[in-house]
Write a protein that binds this ligand. Structure first.
Ligand code: ZN
Length: 51
């Protein structure tokens, strides 16, 4: 399992996102994605799934 770049929680699914606070791509869990997706300049770059 990989860790969320924001909260360090391990999960199998992460979302690749950017926002005004994160200028380069980060991978975050679903919970953090809900927060980042409300930020200004949010963009979505795909989903990472581990088997
Ligand atoms: Zn997280």
């Amino acid at each position: 399992m990989k860790k969320c770049d924001l909260c360090n929680k391990e999960d199998v699914i992460h979302y690749r996102v950017k926002s005004i606070n994160y200028k380069s791509w980060i991978f975050c869990c679903k919970k953090c994605w809900h927060i980042v997706s409300k930020e200004s300049q949010y963009s979505y770059g795909g989903t990472r799934k581990l088997k």
